[in-house]
Each structure stands twice: as structure tokens, then as C-alpha cells.
Design a protein around this ligand. Sequence first.
Ligand code: SF4
Length: 392
Amino acid sequence: MTSAPKSAAASEEASEDQMQRIPLADAKLDGPLFRRKLMAWYKSHARELPWRGVSDPYRTWLSEVMLQQTRVAAVIDHYESFLRKFPTMLALALAPESEVLAIWSGLGYYRRARLLHKTAQFLTRERAGVLPSTSAELRTLPGIGEYTSAAIASIAFGESVAVVDGNVERVLLRLTGRSEVKTAAARAFVQKKASALIPKRHVGEGINAAGDHNQAMMELGATLCLPRAPLCLHCPVYSMCKTRGEHVTLPRAAQLSRPVAYLLSLRKRGTVTEVLLELRADEASLMPGMYELPPLPLDAVQGREPLLRLRHAITNTNYYVQVFAAHGPEDSGLRRAVPAAKGDLHWVLTSRLGSIPLTGLARKALQRLDVMAVKLPKLPAATTGMANTTAV
Ligand code: SF4
């Protein structure tokens, strides 16, 4: 007799049972030895990053929000330009949202920027512009979840609370010889291991034991214990690791491919150049209130040669992008094919492209096409934003 196939819920339960049956003792790590080895390595090998060693909780908060699901290299540029524009929480709170999104452009996940801005306004209004200093209080704020609250509380305030991001999870699973399992029990196991390793609060004389430990764990995952081909022979805790290589992971979601087309339309007005952009509706589920090149239906560009082709990845979709040129207002063929309502199309001075909220894809295409090539001096706040756009 064959047994009935298990439902997804039943399989998950089975995995949780399995996790619970494995005694935690089989994966015990010597905490003090582990910390000594890890910190010795971190002190001599940590990358110099602009948010390391800062004593301003606002800066730690900003860096932790930017680093969520984003490469360090991309964050470095944005972190510095963001702080030049908004050096304090008060400066951020007083800025219009369009200016915040403009500086965020290219980092993606714009909801993070909106929540950061709103939270800065809330703290300025209700808490005299002071960030709470405990992970429990930080978690009550919009946009600050378990990972971010632990990171801010430990790095900025020295709280003994473990940070578990994707890097730390991978390190702990490999150290303890586990496979990747996405269940509540597996998450609890990793959290328990991370908490067992975190040192007690010790702050002073250039030391922040918990904050440094958390940063060292993330650094180990980001630079040595890589998802593919980890550099185990350079690992400071090699002798304590049960895996010493890649661990078994769940199959990743397949990448989707989607062709898309956009219009590039430029016009000269005296000595200045303007580019036609579409403003996404405030109600749009993705990137509301941001400017992009006007999308074109694919059948409108059949048989035409694009000016530019590029690939743009968002989560699990690869967009194969083609940009088609319309040379001035007289080239009305392509312009007429743009389905956007007239009121959503705006001529924008190319010199202002750095100070309006552009989608990451629009920014990438305009940079590759040299439309954004000129770096202009910083504009006073009163002249940036929507004031420099002309409706069609
Ligand atoms: S030995 Fe390799 S797998 Fe183990 S923690 Fe170090 S880098 Fe990761």
C-alpha cells in the first residue's frame, strides 16, 4: 500500500520535528575561544567602511537601513552623498520626500527611504530627535525590524543582542554542520546559537564588545564564508567548523526574463537640454512618485533599432531593456506610442536629473547614454525637486 503524498504543511512539520530531535549539544561551540579567534581576525582584516567607528546613532541607523539587501559597494556612494545632503536627523526630517528619494535613487527598495524619512519626522516631533537606545524600543518604530533594531542597539549603544542577517545565518549553519531549512525551528536554532555567542555588554575606551562581535560575524560571512566557494583556508574559526565548505541549500527561485522598451526623447531649449520623463502615479504599487523614461509597448518598436540595450535585475526578474530614441518633438511616431496620460509626462532639465527621484533603471539608462554625465554643483534645497519640470 502506498502512503498518501505529504502536504507542504506536513513536510514543514516533519522538518521542524527533525530540527527538534537533533540535540543542540552536537553543535556546541566554545564561546570564549570562538570570540577570541574571531575578534583577532576582525581587528586585522576588517574592511574600512565609512560607517565603522562612528559614534552618531543616526549614521549607524542610516547605514543599517541602506545595507538591507544591498551590496556594500553600492551603499558606500549613497551613504556619503546622503549624509552630505542630510547630515542630521533634523535635516532629514525637514526635507521633502522627493529630495530623499532623489538621493536614494539607484539603491532600490524605496520603501526603506520613505520609512526612514517618516521615522525621522516622528522622532523629531515626538522624541526631541533622539533614537531609542534599546532593541525593544527601536523595534516599535516604523521600518525597524528585528535585524535593524539589534544592529543599531549593539553597534550604536553596546547592547548585548545578537544580529542575525543572511551572512550570520550562513556562518552559523556551516559552523554547526546544518543544511539550510526555512522553518521557524531552524530560525530559532540560528538565533539561539547567535545569542549564545554574543559577549556581555562592555563599552568604553574604544571597546564595544557586542557591537564589534556582531560586525565581525557579518564581516566573516561577507568576505570569507561566501555563499559560493568560501575561503575556508583563511578562516579564523576553521578548526571549529563542521562544514568547511558550502553547506546544503534549498533550490533558489528560477530567474524570470522580461523584455521591456522605453523612449528617450530629448529637446533643446536655447542652451539647455530637456528629457521627457514619466511620473509614476502615487498609487502605483512599485516606485510611486518616481520618474522614469516613458515605457513603450513592445509592438510599437518592432523592426526599430534601439539606441541602447541593457539588463536590469530586480529580485528574481531580469529585465532586458531596450531604449529607443525620438529625436526632438518633431519625431512624433514613437512619442504617440507612449501609452501614458499627457499629464504624467514632463520635460525635465538634464541638469536637474541628479536632484529628482529617478527609478534605478532610468538612472542607469540615462547614465549609460551620457544624458546624466555632467556632475553639477550642489543646488540649494529651495531650487531642487519638482520645480524644474515642465508638464507636456
Ligand atoms: S571554515 Fe569555511 S565554511 Fe566554516 S565558517 Fe569558515 S569560511 Fe565558513
